[in-house]
Design a protein around this ligand. Sequence first.
Ligand code: TYD
Ligand code: MG
Length: 464
Amino acid sequence: METPRKGNAKKSRTLFFCQGCGHQSPKWLGRCPSCGEWNQFVEEEVGAVSLAADSEFRFDEAPVSIDAIAADERERITTGIGEVDRVLGGGIVGGSAVLVGGDPGIGKSTLLLQVLQKLAERGMTCLYVSGEESARQIKLRGLRLGASSKNLLVLVEIMLENILERIREIKPEVVVIDSIQTVYASELSSAPGSVSQVREASGRLILHAKKAGVPVFLIGHVTKDGSIAGPKVLEHMVDTVLYFEGETGHAYRIIRGMKNRFGPTNEIGVFEMRDTGLCEVVNPSAFFLSERPEGTAGSVVVPSMEGTRPILVEIQSLASPTNLGMPRRTTIGVDHNRVSLLVAVMDKICGLRLGSQDIFINVAGGVKVDEPAVDLGIVASLASSFLDRPIDAGTVVFGEVGLTGEVRGISQMEVRIREAARMGFTRCILPRTQGRDATAVKGMKQHRISGLKELLAVLFQAGQ
Ligand code: TYD
Ligand code: MG
């Protein structure tokens, strides 16, 4: 890690940038005041280039009355891969910049090569710029994916100026940059992957996208060690941000739309990694429940809304007596603080003494669920594990839990119940407050509850 340099700062101005979030500081800092990470600051030169000086990239347009602008934004390019179109909000918008982030090896290059192949098959000229792999390596990957279209052009290049020149020359209809951290603008002296380089390169590529109306996908690695700038630095510059969830070790891959100027956010696309690339998972609920253990304590199913679509996810809990002074609380896929709060409520309201238990909570399938509706699922699965009483396999639960142990209403109740019924569930435990728009769904028995004590009674004492 670089240390502060004294004096001699006159020739070219330098600043220190946090490689995680892009925060700048005139001095080196140990801890970033913005994102809280340690040892992320690297000295970089600034102000060497100005976009305005580059006449190629000037818009030079007079103000136009808003009603006179042609509304061609709604013309989207559908990729033909349903799950990708869904997270993009219905297809690619012309001139948009899309950031695709994720851990190394999760499938970013694979997915975008597949998308370009689909578009190229339909006669669109696509340019895949790679700074990470040789043309031969890309070809080998392409063979596995069946990417062999004449219209899919591969360019191995890392110099920004050359990439832009090629783009102007070839005039592709879609561009992919794999990855933005390898692109290097020669005017800047800082290393490829540093905050200034990543910003400069993206800024100019995005400008090109806007000006020429050509969509550009920027692939960004998520890094933990801070040696290269993370995609966070770019989030505000692009129109759409897609992140891969899940783990490299598993077969499934989830892409989530974190930001979308042209569609709903939090939409997810589910894929399975096969030897022929990423395949769409058409029925995610069935997929996430496929390995569900039956008749064991600590597992319950929650219909969760992911964007506009309901998906059934399995919440698993394990409570076991601790050997430590401070019991462990480990959560994967759900909010840690939320779990601490629910544990305290269960202790106080239901008298479940979880204070001396190590608690582990996991959402099966690697999906992250971040909505209050899962509260009841967390409580139910945790109580089930603690009491060692399995929950009936045909039951789903959902609802928000308040600090006094009350169960609160949530949005989209009917959609959730229908999805559960479609997947063969027969019993649903849900908040009472929503009685107004109670809808009977065929084959689904509904238990409306208003507090946690009722939940436990319905789950474990009513003779199921
Ligand atoms: P890749 O797209 O190279 O990841 P990223 O660009 O995000 O770093 O994906 C690499 C992983 O995907 C690697 O572990 C191998 C696996 N893979 C398959 O399982 N099947 C395939 O058809 C391909 C192309 C890759
Ligand atoms: Mg890659």
